[in-house]
Design a protein around this ligand. Structure first.
Ligand code: PRX
Length: 654
């Protein structure tokens, strides 16, 4: 790393930071090392309000099903709303909502609490109770945040499904959770287009396996024409407006499941990652305080959707738990033009901005082609801190973000974490860490991250290995819903004697600084535009097109904008198509995957062969497919390949 520029946080930033200077960071790490439970307990007491204080901190007796603060009781929505009002923040803006078309609506803490309580009472009025699961299939909105908070308020476990997922994906999640109700909207608006939500819920519920769903509550977003099934569906406003604006929070144990969020693994269907209430909320609040340095007068904007974990932790829970003001944005970064983010930062005087490398890369391209959408055409002087999440940020994009968006004055926090980790794991702290573009730098205080070999031994710095976390931490995944065996296998495998949490990523630490750089997934999980996707899931979607597809294999290849792109190799039940016919069939298959999973899973590249490259024992040689996908010359040993001629067919020659 010695030839790479190191960017120091400015003295001015360091001076005012919630964690100020390397010595303060090291003292926190030391405290966590010498008294691990004491460190977390102190934070949990300071940052959260408990109805019943906990007396136990960490319970490792049933590892790897760890428990934190188990005998304490609290309510997440009380922590995010009521207690801010009790502190005198009732009239403070909690959410500034900007619609796709630019209309702005604000909600104060008092207003957000009133809406949350009405939604909570609405849910109760249709029989939803503590422990029930509620699906939320809605776009970015104040209502979406209120729906999540309302579930938390009554002790129902929410499971938000990103509005870009298909009816089939929604159905699978409904069935797995056994949800009793779905909160949705009539439509969503993105990039000037009205897209269905309720109609997709209707379709999902006809696909079978969803008998648990007794109620569908529909927020009116566009007034679009939708069907309502009597006895099951009703407008949320009809039900909620007549409810009281107060609702006693349901005090739940710290381990009570706050939410389930589905994410892709290397095998099988997406897994329902279960998060707790106490430990999760603690880390959401603590990372918002230390990584984002959130202060009373900040305007915080996390551009993620509430359908992903980033939206859960850094929209619905973290900033609200600290009484912050945040932006919720309905639209897309390129509508009406690629200056939208910069204009919104200018208009709302955003001070902390958190987005994904994919968005940055696509906005760089647009800005380089058109000055009008370049950050320099906007007043971004309100910004004081930038963040990146979801995938590795390449140093060139990092430098552009630093210079053109942050005016070379804002630290960038490159936050490494996962759906399973609940919050940041490895990240610079903005008033502490000298930054190296492309490196997520050092573990968050208390997080025992390490790079090990296949047997679990520490790797020396400078040598790549497997990223693990050596001790349980409060916001970690508790289990996979309905599948504790898969939880153990995925995250606490026998190779590491069940001791270390296996992140599924490779990493390397710098020889001099000890800084971590994530080298990418070590399993069959792809990261496309920061969205996680299992290759097997896409393969299953392709072969479910039974009239056409005999066999399919999916790999990722590097892509300048989306990080990775999906490349599918397909054997049809009929002869191999070429030319226009191949293009037409590729389109059918792409649409089919869109219908099975969602548009984000559509392969960018589909190639047809009479067969796939296989060993004589019939195993698909994926490393060859990876080289073919990258259009690399095949240098690997192909002597075990049964059918070498196939490689030519699968080479991209258009
Ligand atoms: O591969 C890592 C990558 O995203 C994966 C987690 O994806 P997901 O659960 O969808 O959560 C995304 C938002 C937290 C990780 O296993 N990843 C996430 N952040 C980074 C990253 N890779 C490199 N650098 C990051 N900052």
């Amino acid at each position: 790393m010695s030839d790479i520029t190191i960017h120091q946080p400015s003295a001015e930033f360091v001076k005012q930071a919630n964690v100020s200077g390397m010595a303060a960071y090291e003292a926190l790490c030391k405290k966590a090392e010498t008294d691990y439970e004491g460190f977390w307990a102190e934070q949990a007491r300071e940052l959260l309000s408990w109805k019943t204080p906990f007396t136990k901190v960490l319970d490792e007796s049933n590892a790897p099903f760890f428990k934190w603060f188990e005998d304490g009781t609290l309510n997440a929505s009380y922590n995010c709303l009521d207690r801010n009002i009790e502190k005198g923040l009732g009239d403070k803006t909690a959410i500034i909502f900007e619609a796709d078309g630019g209309e702005v609506t604000k909600a104060t803490y008092s207003q957000l609490l009133a809406k949350t309580c009405q939604y909570a009472n609405a849910l109760k009025s249709v029989g939803v109770k503590k422990g029930d699961r509620v699906m939320i299939y809605i776009s970015m909105s104040i209502e979406g945040v209120a729906a999540m908070q309302a579930c938390a308020r009554i002790g129902a476990t929410h499971s938000v499904v990103f509005g870009g997922f298909s009816a089939q994906s929604l159905r699978d999640r409904v069935e797995d959770t056994g949800a009793v109700a779905i909160i949705t909207a009539d439509q969503q608006v993105r990039g000037g287009k009205h897209l269905p939500l309720k109609a997709i819920v209707d379709e999902a519920l006809t696909l079978g396996g969803c008998d648990s769903v007794k109620n569908v509550l529909v927020v009116n977003r566009t007034g679009g024409d939708i069907a309502m099934t009597a006895g099951r569906d009703q407008w949320m406003a009809d039900l909620a407006d007549k409810q009281a604006t107060t609702c006693e929070p349901e005090w739940v144990g710290a381990e009570h499941p706050l939410f389930l969020l589905y994410t892709s693994g290397s095998t099988g269907k997406p897994k329902g990652v279960q998060h707790s209430t106490g430990g999760y909320l603690l880390h959401a609040a603590l990372t918002t305080k230390w990584t984002f340095d959130l202060k009373d007068n900040d305007v915080f904007w996390c551009t993620a959707d509430i359908g992903w974990v980033t939206g859960h932790t850094y929209i619905t829970y973290g900033p609200l738990a600290l009484g912050g003001t945040e932006i919720v944005f309905e639209g897309v970064p390129t509508y009406p033009d690629a200056g939208r983010f910069w204009k919104m930062i200018q208009d709302h005087k955003v001070s902390i901005f958190y987005t994904a490398p994919t968005a940055i890369r696509s906005l760089i391209k647009a800005a380089e082609a058109n000055d009008a959408v370049h950050p320099k055409s906007y007043d971004l002087s309100s910004l004081r801190l930038l963040g990146s999440v979801g995938e590795p940020i390449n140093p060139a994009a990092w430098e552009w973000y630093y210079k053109h968006v942050g005016g070379s004055r804002c630290p960038i926090v490159d936050t490494f974490w996962q759906t399973e980790t609940g919050g940041h794991m490895i990240t610079p702290l903005p008033g502490v860490t000298p930054m190296v573009p492309g490196s997520c730098t050092l573990p968050f205080p208390g997080i025992q991250a390490a790079v090990v070999d296949e047997a679990g031994h520490d790797m020396p710095n400078g040598q790549g290995g497997i990223l693990v976390v050596k001790r349980p931490w409060p916001s970690m995944i508790r289990t996979i819903w309905n599948d504790p065996e898969r939880f153990i296998k995925s995250y606490y495998p026998e190779e590491f004697k069940g001791k270390y949490y296996l992140a599924g990523d490779g990493a390397i630490r710098d020889e001099k600084t000890g800084y971590f750089t994530i080298t990418g997934r070590i399993d069959d999980v792809l990261n496309v535009s920061g969205h996680r996707m299992g290759t097997m899931e896409i393969e299953s979607a392709l072969v479910s097109c039974t009239e056409l597809v005999a066999e399919a294999a999916v790999v990722g290849r590097p892509d300048d904008t989306t990080g990775e792109a999906i490349c599918a190799f397909v054997v049809l039940k009929r002869s191999r198509p070429t030319g226009d016919e191949a293009k037409a069939i590729a389109k059918i298959l792409r649409d089919h995957v869109g219908k099975e999973i969602g548009p984000i899973a559509k392969p960018k590249d589909i190639r047809f062969g009479d067969n796939l490259p296989k060993t004589r024992s019939g195993k698909i040689m994926r490393r060859l497919l990876r080289s073919l996908a990258k259009n690399e010359a095949i240098t690997q040993d192909t002597s075990t390949l049964e059918n070498p001629a196939i490689l030519d067919q699968l080479t991209d020659n258009h």
